[in-house]
Ligand binder design. Structure first.
Ligand code: MN
Length: 490
């Protein structure tokens, strides 16, 4: 899936008091900043200088245009000079796009010999950014404040990182999720208010009959299967004799993809309790769809399906990988304490340490034929685990920092993909914190997207965010959750 051609509008605040010459200088410098930042290679999307605004009317017009223009995924504001912020109220109050306040200045250093009152007149970022910051604070607007010199790589990368989170908002607002079957019977955490999710996130979550999928599976042609089978052979090692099982997974993948593409869906969920008319639970099929950017949630978990698609989109072009994941079992040997994550079948090969193998094994759950699946180890490195839960009246996004390791044992009889990690701050506190916060057993695990990006995304979506870090204590977490309950019950 190719990301849309999103762009971000760079809007510079000023006023008419300074005269033509100063405003011309501001405009040319703003254009220079946009050009050089675009050329830096540190921005994933284009930053488009849209003008220096000097009146309430100009700001209202630009905010309306930003709302209306699909390509515009957010605005980035900056004040080279002073911009009295009452003129921003009517525009910002109606802004519906993500908003970043970039606090920077054109020159890096104070020019010792040259500085005079003309210089002071033109270069007032420190002063202008404070007036500008006040009004967004007063309006209680969700916004990102990024401070630093615009030529510095780390500053450009922070802007780039925020852009990805903001593009994740745009992606979310258009996201459609295809449900096959309902929830796994009796499971609570995968349930949720789909109407609330659509109000908050824009997700269109709807169901299609499994019987229709079964028909679509039958409609796939042998030639289509041959072609996909060839792609499997190029990407994976085939370690199975039951090639028919692999071909059946290709048939399922093609059918699911066709149905999703026809409806414009970028995520799907299914459940092993409703495989009406299907010979196998989709394993390899689901894994290969995730590798192409589609979101997935097992057992009817449409929330995790949607989040997997969004996080994958936010990390597009990066190489660490993002997958649907499940906490499975613990290793509690003192000093080597880990969580083993896996699923019945469905882990995305984008996180694989080596070349995945296609294997075919019986599935002890369900009453279908042995499904082909990809087996591999997840690679080592820092990552996050993300869970979206419905607290009743509000949605809570829980994000835990984790450290993935090479699995410390081979587990030759475990016939599924596996990942091993240590949750922050340590296994005991990390697990207690996750359970205290109500985090699900299903997560999105990503090496590509940071906790800060997930926090930015949650802020822009106006939902609760819980971050479990190396510094988390149970006491501080419980206090935060208590205060959140008060704040979100307004
Ligand atoms: Mn599961």
């Amino acid at each position: 899936m190719k990301s849309k051609d999103y762009e971000f509008w760079f809007i510079v605040g000023s006023q008419l008091l300074y005269g033509r010459e100063v405003l011309d200088t501001v405009a040319s410098r703003a254009q220079e900043i946009a050009d050089k930042m675009n050329d830096s290679g540190n921005l994933p999307f284009k930053m488009v200088y849209k003008g220096t605004v000097k009146s309430a009317e100009e700001i209202v017009t630009l905010c309306k245009e930003a709302n209306y223009e699909d390509r515009c995924a957010g605005i980035i504001t900056w004040c080279h000079t002073f911009s009295p912020s009452k003129m921003w109220i009517n525009g910002l109050a109606n802004l519906q796009k993500p908003y970043c306040h970039f606090a920077t200045q054109y020159n890096r250093c104070i020019p010792d010999e040259e500085i005079d009152m003309n210089f002071m007149n033109l270069n007032q970022a420190a002063h202008g950014d404070r007036e500008h910051g006040f009004i967004a604070g007063r309006l209680r607007m969700p916004r990102k404040v990024i401070f630093g010199y615009w030529m510095d790589e780390d500053v450009q990368k922070r802007i780039g990182s925020w852009m990805r989170a903001a593009a994740g908002v745009a992606f979310s607002k258009e996201l459609k999720v295809m449900r096959f079957g309902d929830n796994m019977r009796e499971v609570a955490v995968t349930e949720g208010d789909k109407v609330e999710a659509q109000i908050k996130f824009g997700w269109q979550v709807n169901t299609w009959p499994v019987g229709r999928l079964a028909e679509a599976i039958d409609e796939v042609t042998g030639a289509e299967i041959d072609e996909l089978y060839k792609a499997y052979k190029e990407q994976f090692d085939i370690a199975a004799d039951n090639l028919e099982s692999i071909r059946y997974q290709a048939r399922e993948e093609l059918a699911i993809k066709k149905m999703m593409d026809e409806e414009g869906c970028k995520a799907f969920c299914n459940t092993f309790q409703d495989l009406y008319g299907m010979q196998q639970l989709p394993g390899l099929a689901t894994q290969h769809l995730m590798a192409q950017g589609y979101g997935y949630g097992a057992e009817g978990d449409w929330k995790t399906a949607a989040m997997t698609a969004i996080v994958k989109f936010m990390g597009e072009g990066k190489t660490g990988g993002t997958t649907f994941m499940e906490d499975y079992t613990y290793h509690l040997e003192e000093g080597k304490e880990y969580i083993l994550g896996a699923h019945m079948l469905e882990v995305c090969p984008s996180i694989a340490a080596g070349r995945p193998r296609i294997e075919v094994h019986d599935l002890s759950i369900g009453d279908r034929e042995a499904p082909a699946r990809l087996v591999f180890e997840g690679h080592e490195g820092p990552a996050i685990a993300v869970s979206l839960v419905d607290m009743g009246g509000r949605l809570r996004l829980i994000c835990q920092d984790i450290q993935c390791v090479k699995p410390i044992m081979n587990m030759p009889n475990l016939p599924v993909a596996r990942v091993m990690w240590k949750p922050m701050p340590d296994l005991r506190t990390g697990v207690e914190a996750w359970i205290t916060a109500g985090g699900a057993h299903h997560t999105v695990l990503s090496y590509d997207v940071s906790a800060e990006q997930m926090k930015d995304w949650a802020n822009m979506m106006n939902i609760e965010f819980v971050h479990i870090t190396k510094d988390t204590t149970i006491e501080s977490l419980e206090r935060d959750l208590f205060l959140s309950d008060l704040a979100w019950s307004r």
